[in-house]
Design a protein around this ligand. Structure first.
Ligand code: NG1
Ligand code: ZN
Length: 533
C-alpha cells in the first residue's frame, strides 16, 4: 500500500495548479506551460498504469506543444507499438488530471493510493523525450515526481528529441537485444535514403538545392547530425531557422504552421532570392513538413500535405503497376475535411485512388489507413502524415520472383518512410527521393492540379465546447440551427464548401471555406465566421 503521507507531499509539491479543467485533446494535453504541472504529474501516473496494463512494455511520453508558441507546452503518451495512446484511455487521463486539479485532498489521496497499489508486481517502463521549450525540464520533474516516486518506474530519458524520434525507441525497445540509441534512428533513415538513391543513380536534386526551415525548434539540432550522412543532400542543403537555443524564436515567423497558415515565406527567405531551389519547413517538434518554391514571377507556391499525398500516390501507383501488383494490393489515401477539394478530385479521378475522410488528428487518419489499405497514405493538409504498408504488402512484394527496379523500390520505401508516425525528416526524404527518381522539378510537382482558393480562419468564442461536429467533422449538430445557416451561405457561392469545428489544441473555433475564387472564399469565410459568433 502506498503511504498516504507520501502522496500528500508529492501532490503538494508537484500539483500547484488547482481548480483548472484539463482535457486530453487532438494531440494530448496542451496549454500554457505555467498550468501544466498538475497534468504532468497525472500523465506520469497514466503512462505507468498503461505500461503495467501491457505487462511492463515501454510506453513513450513526449513533452511538446509542437507548432504552438514558445510559452505553451504539452504532453502526449505513446503506445509500445509507436502509435498514439488508445482512445479509451484518453478519458481516464482527463478524469485523473481534473481530480488532481479540483478534487479534495482526501479524494486525491485515496485515488492515487488505489492506483499506485494496483501494479500487481509489474514494474512500468517509460521512454521520455522533450522538445526545445524552456519549460520542458521543469515539467519533466513533475512527470518523474509520480512515475519514479509512486511507481518506481524504469525510465529512459532521451533528453531533446523530435516527436518521431521519441516514437522510434518506444516502438523498438522490445525487439532489440540492446538499448535503442538516437544513432540507430539516424543510421536507419540515412541508409534507406542512400540505398534508394544509389539504386536509381540519383546524383543530384531536380532543383538548384534544398533549404530546410526548422522553426527554431529541436529539428534544427537533429538535422545537422543527419544531413551529413546523406549522399547528394550533404552538398546541396542549406538549413535555416535552426537556433533552438533562442527559446522565444520557436515557431515565430517561421516553421510549417506559419508557412501553411499565412501562405507565405518564413523569416530567412526572401522573394528576391528568386532561385529555383526547393524549400521546406518543419514544425516545432519536426513531425510535420510542408514544401514550397518560388515560381518564374518569384511568387511563393505552397506544396502542402495534400500535395505530398498526391505525389506519393502517383509514384507508388506507378510502381505497383510496373510490378503487376496494382490489382493485387489495395492503395488509398486518407484525408481530413481540411484537404483541398481539388486534391480529392485529382486522386479519385486522375489517379483512380480511393479517398477516405477521417476526423482531424493523425491518430484518426492512421487508424483509417491501417484498417482500409495495404498501402495507406495519409497526410493532413498541414503536412502531418505518413504511409503505412500492411503485412500483406511485405509478404506480396517480398515474394515477387521478378526483381525489377519497381519491385526493389517498393521494398525500400517502407524503410525510408517512418511508418509509426508522421516525421518531417523521413517525409522530406520520401518526397526528395520521389522527385529525384521522377526527375520532377518543384514546379512540375505543383502542376499536377490547381488548388481551389481557400481560407482557414480562427474565431475566438466564449465556449468552444458548444460546437459539436458529426460526419468526420464536416457538419455541426450543435449549436442548434447553425449548420442550416452555414448550408444556406455555402449555396450562394460557386464550387463552395465550408465547415466549422472546435479546435482540439487551441481555445478557438476553426472556420474553413473554399470557393471558385479567392474573393469568394474570403467572403464565404467572413459570412460563416460571423454566424459562429
Ligand atoms: P486542431 O487544433 O484540433 O485543429 C491542429 C491541426 C491538426 C493537428 C493538431 C495537432 C489543423 C486545421 N488542425 O488541430 O491537423 O495537426 O493541431 O498538432 O491544421
Ligand atoms: Zn508537431
Amino acid at each position: 500500500m502506498v503511504d498516504g503521507q507520501l502522496v500528500a507531499e508529492l501532490v503538494e509539491k508537484y500539483c500547484t495548479t488547482r481548480g483548472y479543467r484539463y482535457s486530453y485533446g487532438t494531440a494530448g494535453f496542451r496549454d500554457d506551460a505555467s498550468r501544466l504541472d498538475t497534468v504532468m504529474f497525472a500523465t506520469g501516473i497514466i503512462a505507468c498504469l498503461r505500461s503495467i496494463a501491457l505487462d511492463g512494455r515501454p510506453v513513450g511520453v513526449m513533452i511538446t506543444a509542437s507548432h504552438n508558441p514558445a510559452s505553451d507546452n504539452g504532453v502526449k503518451i505513446v503506445e509500445p507499438d509507436g502509435s498514439m495512446l488508445v482512445q479509451s484511455w484518453e478519458s481516464t487521463a482527463t478524469d485523473l488530471a481534473n481530480l488532481l486539479s479540483s478534487g479534495s485532498a482526501e479524494a486525491i489521496r485515496q485515488k492515487i493510493g488505489q492506483l499506485a497499489s494496483s501494479g500487481s508486481g509489474v514494474r512500468p517502463r517509460l521512454v521520455v523525450g522533450r522538445d526545445s521549450r524552456v519549460s520542458g525540464p521543469r515539467l519533466l520533474q513533475c512527470l518523474l515526481g509520480s512515475a519514479s516516486s509512486l511507481f518506481q518506474a524504469q525510465i529512459r530519458d532521451y533528453g531533446l528529441l523530435t516527436t518521431p524520434q521519441l516514437h522510434y525507441p518506444t516502438s523498438r525497445s522490445l525487439s532489440m537485444d540492446r538499448s535503442v540509441e538516437e544513432e540507430d534512428y539516424f543510421v536507419d533513415f540515412s541508409s534507406a535514403w542512400n540505398e534508394i538513391t544509389r539504386l536509381h543513380d540519383v546524383e543530384g536534386l531536380p532543383c538548384a538545392g534544398l533549404v530546410v526551415d526548422c522553426a527554431n525548434g529541436v529539428g534544427g539540432l537533429k538535422i545537422h547530425s543527419f544531413i551529413p550522412r546523406c549522399r547528394v543532400l550533404s552538398g546541396t542543403t542549406t538549413v535555416i531557422n535552426d537556433n533552438c537555443s533562442d527559446a522565444e524564436s520557436l515557431n515565430r515567423g517561421c516553421g510549417a504552421d506559419f508557412v501553411k497558415t499565412n501562405q507565405r515565406l518564413p523569416t530567412g527567405i526572401k522573394e528576391t532570392d528568386g532561385d529555383s531551389r526547393l524549400y521546406c519547413s518543419f514544425d516545432g517538434d519536426a513531425d510535420r513538413v510542408v514544401f514550397y518554391y518560388l515560381n518564374e514571377d518569384s511568387k511563393f507556391q505552397l506544396l502542402d500535405g495534400d500535395r505530398i499525398s498526391a505525389l506519393l500516390a502517383y509514384f507508388i501507383a506507378q510502381l505497383l503497376e510496373q510490378s503487376g501488383l496494382r490489382s493485387v494490393l489495395s492503395m488509398g489515401v486518407v484525408q481530413t475535411a481540411y484537404a483541398n477539394g481539388s486534391s480529392t478530385k485529382y486522386l479519385q479521378n486522375q489517379l483512380n485512388v480511393p479517398v477516405t475522410c477521417a476526423k482531424t488528428g493523425v491518430k484518426h487518419l492512421h487508424h483509417e489507413a491501417v484498417s482500409n489499405y495495404d498501402v495507406g497514405i495519409y497526410f493532413e493538409a498541414n503536412g502531418h502524415g505518413t504511409v503505412i504498408f500492411s503485412d500483406r504488402f511485405h509478404d506480396t512484394v517480398g515474394s515477387q520472383t521478378q526483381d525489377s527496379l519497381a519491385t526493389k523500390t517498393l521494398r525500400l520505401l517502407p524503410q525510408l518512410i517512418n511508418q509509426t508516425v508522421g516525421d518531417a525528416i523521413s517525409d522530406m526524404l520520401a518526397v526528395l527521393a520521389v522527385l529525384s527518381i521522377l526527375k520532377w522539378s518543384p514546379s512540375r510537382w505543383g502542376k499536377e492540379f490547381t488548388d481551389l482558393p481557400n481560407l482557414l480562419n480562427k474565431v475566438i468564442v466564449p465556449d468552444r465546447s458548444k460546437f459539436i461536429a458529426t460526419d468526420q467533422e464536416r457538419r455541426l449538430t450543435s449549436p442548434a440551427g447553425l449548420q442550416e445557416k452555414i448550408d444556406e451561405a455555402v449555396s450562394r457561392f460557386r464550387s463552395a464548401r465550408s465547415f466549422v469545428r472546435a479546435s482540439g489544441t487551441e481555445d478557438a473555433v476553426r472556420v474553413y471555406a473554399e470557393a471558385a475564387t479567392q474573393e469568394e472564399a474570403n467572403e464565404l469565410s467572413a459570412v460563416v465566421s460571423r454566424l459562429v459568433l
